[in-house]
Ligand binder design. Structure first.
Ligand SMILES: Nc1ncnc2c1ncn2[C@@H]1O[C@H](COP(=O)(O)OP(=O)(O)OP(=O)(O)O)[C@@H](O)[C@H]1O
Ligand SMILES: [Mg+2]
Length: 575
C-alpha cells in the first residue's frame, strides 16, 4: 500500500480537486435530510409564511442535487485521472525494473505470467485507486458528519442505531480475511492461464504435427475452469457483505422506530427530528455499503499489488557495482578467466575452476561436446550471470566492478538462439546502433552474407520479420543476427554457433569476411564445424566444465585427445 501511495503522490493537486469535490458531495449528502426535517417542522408548527418557505426549500433541494451531481462527476473524472496515471507510472516502473533483471531470472519464469504482472496486475489497481480509495474517504467523512448530527438530534437513539454496527463490521472483517488469499490465488491462476496460452501459441506447429490439439485444449480448459471456480469462490466469500450491511440497517431502523416512535408519542422528541433521524441512519450505513462495493476491487487490487511488489522487490541477480571502476584501454580488450566456477541454481557445476586468458586481438575458438558449457562461458563474459567462484576480468578489472553499460558496450554477440524483433530487417540490423545509415547497414549485411537474400525479398530491407513478419530460415536469421553484431563494431566479438545453420559454402564466404573484421578485435568463436575453428589463433577444447586442450590448430592436432578425434570424425584430418 505504501508503494501505491508513493506513486499517487505526484498527483497531489488532482487529488486535492477530488477531495474538495468529495467534501461538496458529502456536505450536500448531509444537507438533504436536514431540509426534509425543516419541511416536517414547518408543516407541524404551521408558521404563517409556511408555503413561501416550502418553495424556498424546494429551490434549495434542486440546487443541492445539481451541486451534488456536478461534484460527483468531478470526483469520477479526477479520481480516474489520478488512478490511470498512477497505474501508468507503476507499469513503467515494473517494466524498467524488469529490464534490470538477469536472463537467469527470466529463464526461471513463464513469460505469460510476467506479462500479466506488467499489464493486468497494474491495471487492476486502477479501480482500487479510483473507487476504493475514494469510496473510503467519502465514507469516513460522511460517517463522521452523520454521527455528529445524530448525536445532536438524540444521543439515546444514536446509541440504539449504532448497536448493530460492530456486528456488521465484525462480519465484514472476518469475510475480508478469508477473501484476500482467495483473490491472491485468483491472480496467480490468471498468470498461469496466460502463460499456458502463450506456450501453446508458440508451440502451435508442434501441437498440430503431433496431433495434440485435443490434449492441449483439455489442459487449457482445465486451467480455465479452475480459474472460473476460483473467481466464483472469491465472490461467494464476499457475498455475505451485502446482507450484513442491509441487516444492520434494518435492525437499526427497527430499534429507532420502536423506541423513537414511543418517545415521539410521549413528546420527548420532535416528529421532524425522528424523521430526519431515520433518514440519516440509511445515510450512516451508506458509507459502509460503498466500502462493501469498494472491497471487491480492493481485495483484487491488493492481490495484484502484492504480485507487482514481489516483482519490484526482486533484486537483480547481476547488480551494478557499488564502486564502479574505469576500464583501461577499452579498445584492446584482454579477457581473463581466473579459477572460475559456475553453476545454474543448485545443479551440477557447469564450469569448474576454469582459467584462461584471451589476449587482445586474439581469436579463440571454443569447441566441445554439447552441454559442455560453451554458451555458458560466453554468457559469463557478457555478465548475464555472475560467477560463483573465481573471477573474470577485462583488462584486469573484475567484470563485477564495471558498470554494466560499459561492459556491454565492449561486446558484440551473436547468441545461439537467434531472436529477431518484430520490425523490419533494417531495424533489426541496426538494433545496436540506432543511427546507423543505410550504407553501414548494407556493409554489415554483406559481411554477414545476408545481403543477397535480403535483396531477393520483395520488401528488401523493409521486409517485416519477427512475430507476425515473414518467417526466415534458421540460416537467414543467423546472418541477420551476425550483421547486427558486426554493425555494433564493438572491440569484443562473441559468436555462439553463429553459422551453424548456414551451408558450408556460405559459411566459408562469411568466414573470409570475418577474418578481416576480426583483425584487431578480441573474439570468442564457438563452433562445431572444424573448418570454421581451424582459422582461429588458438582453440580451446571444453569438456565437463574444464579446458582439456588449448593451443593453435597445428599444435593440438598432433596431440592424442579429443581434438584429434574430432578431426578424424569430421574427416578433415587429411587436409
Ligand atoms: N538457463 C539455464 N538454467 C539451468 N541450466 C542451464 C541453463 N543453460 C544451460 N544450462 C545447463 O548448463 C549446461 C551447459 O550448457 P551450455 O548451453 O553452456 O552448453 P553448450 O556447451 O553451449 O552446449 P551446446 O553445444 O549444445 O550449445 C547444460 O547441462 C545445460 O543443461
Ligand atoms: Mg551452446
Amino acid at each position: 500500500m505504501n508503494r501505491l501511495i508513493q506513486y499517487m503522490l505526484p498527483y497531489k493537486r488532482t487529488m486535492l480537486a477530488v477531495v474538495l469535490s468529495i467534501l461538496v458531495v458529502t456536505a450536500t449528502g448531509l444537507l438533504a435530510p436536514w431540509l426534509v426535517r425543516a419541511i416536517v417542522l414547518i408543516i407541524e408548527t404551521g408558521a404563517e409564511d409556511a408555503s413561501q418557505t416550502l418553495t424556498l426549500i424546494a429551490v434549495g433541494l434542486v440546487a443541492i442535487y445539481i451541486g451534488r451531481s456536478t461534484a460527483e462527476a468531478a470526483v469520477f473524472h479526477y479520481s480516474h485521472v489520478v488512478a490511470f496515471k498512477t497505474c501508468r507510472d507503476l507499469r513503467d516502473a515494473v517494466y524498467t525494473h524488469l529490464q534490470r533483471l538477469s536472463p537467469g531470472w527470466f529463464a526461471a519464469r513463464k513469460s505469460g505470467d510476467i506479462t500479466t504482472r506488467v499489464i493486468d496486475d497494474t491495471l487492476k489497481l486502477e479501480p482500487v485507486i479510483a473507487d476504493a480509495v475514494y469510496g473510503f474517504v467519502v465514507s469516513m467523512i460522511l460517517a463522521f458528519g452523520i454521527l455528529i448530527i445524530l448525536l445532536f438530534l438524540s444521543p439515546i437513539l444514536t446509541i440504539l442505531a449504532l448497536l448493530p454496527l460492530p456486528i456488521a463490521v465484525f462480519i465484514m472483517v472476518k469475510i475480508g480475511r478469508k477473501a484476500i488469499p482467495s483473490f491472491d490465488n485468483e491472480a496467480n491462476r490468471e498468470g498461469d492461464l496466460s502463460a499456458l496460452v502463450q506456450d501453446h501459441v508458440s508451440g502451435i506447429r508442434e501441437i498440430q504435427i503431433f496431433n495434440q490439439e485435443e490434449r492441449t485444449r483439455r489442459r487449457f480448459l482445465r486451467k480455465s475452469d479452475f480459474l472460473a471456480r476460483r473467481q466464483i469462490r472469491s465472490r461467494t466469500l464476499i457475498a455475505p457483505f451485502d446482507p450484513a450491511v442491509e441487516g444492520a440497517i434494518g435492525v437499526s431502523t427497527a430499534l429507532v422506530v420502536l423506541i423513537g416512535g414511543r418517545m415521539a408519542l410521549a413528546g420527548e422528541i420532535l416528529v421532524a427530528d425522528l424523521v430526519a433521524f431515520i433518514l440519516y441512519i440509511v445515510t450512516l450505513y451508506q458509507p459502509l455499503y460503498s466500502i462493501v462495493g469498494a472491497t471487491e476491487a480492493l481485495q483484487r487490487g491488493l492481490s495484484s499489488l502484492k504480485r507487482v511488489n514481489d516483482l519490484l522487490d526482486t533484486a537483480p541477480a547481476v547488480a551494478e557495482p557499488e564502486h564502479p571502476q574505469l576500464l583501461p584501454h577499452p579498445d584492446r580488450p584482454e579477457i581473463s578467466f581466473d579459477a572460475v566456477s559456475f553453476r545454474y541454481h543448485d545443479n551440477q557445476p557447469v564450469l569448474r575452476d576454469l582459467s584462461l586468458t584471451i589476449a587482445p586481438g586474439e581469436t579463440l575458438a571454443v569447441i566441445g561436446p554439447t552441454g559442455a558449457g560453451k554458451s555458458t562461458l560466453a554468457q559469463l563474459v557478457a555478465r548475464f550471470y555472475d560467477v560463483d567462484e573465481g573471477r573474470i576480468t577485462l583488462n584486469g578489472v573484475d567484470l563485477r566492478d564495471l558498470p554494466l553499460s560499459v561492459l556491454r558496450r565492449q561486446i558484440s554477440m551473436v547468441l545461439q538462439d537467434v531472436f529477431l524483433f518484430h520490425g523490419t530487417i533494417r531495424d533489426n540490423i541496426r538494433f545496436g546502433r540506432e543511427n546507423a545509415d543505410d550504407a553501414a547497414i548494407w556493409d554489415a549485411a554483406r559481411a554477414a552474407g545476408a545481403d543477397d537474400f535480403i535483396n531477393a525479398l520483395s520488401g528488401g530491407y523493409d521486409t517485416m520479420v519477427g512475430e507476425r513478419g515473414i518467417r526466415l530460415s534458421g540460416g537467414q536469421k543467423q546472418r541477420i543476427s551476425i550483421a547486427r553484431a558486426l554493425l555494433k563494431k564493438a572491440p569484443i566479438l562473441i559468436l555462439d554457433e553463429a553459422t551453424s545453420a548456414v551451408d558450408t559454402e556460405t559459411e566459408a564466404a562469411i568466414q573470409d569476411n570475418l577474418d578481416q573484421l576480426l583483425a584487431g578485435r578480441t573474439a570468442i568463436v564457438i563452433a562445431h564445424r572444424l573448418s570454421t575453428i581451424r582459422r582461429a589463433d588458438r582453440i580451446a577444447v571444453l569438456e565437463n566444465g574444464r579446458i582439456t586442450q588449448l593451443g593453435a590448430h597445428d599444435d593440438i592436432a598432433q596431440q592424442t585427445g579429443t581434438y584429434a578425434r574430432l578431426l578424424t570424425a569430421q574427416g578433415t584430418a587429411a587436409e
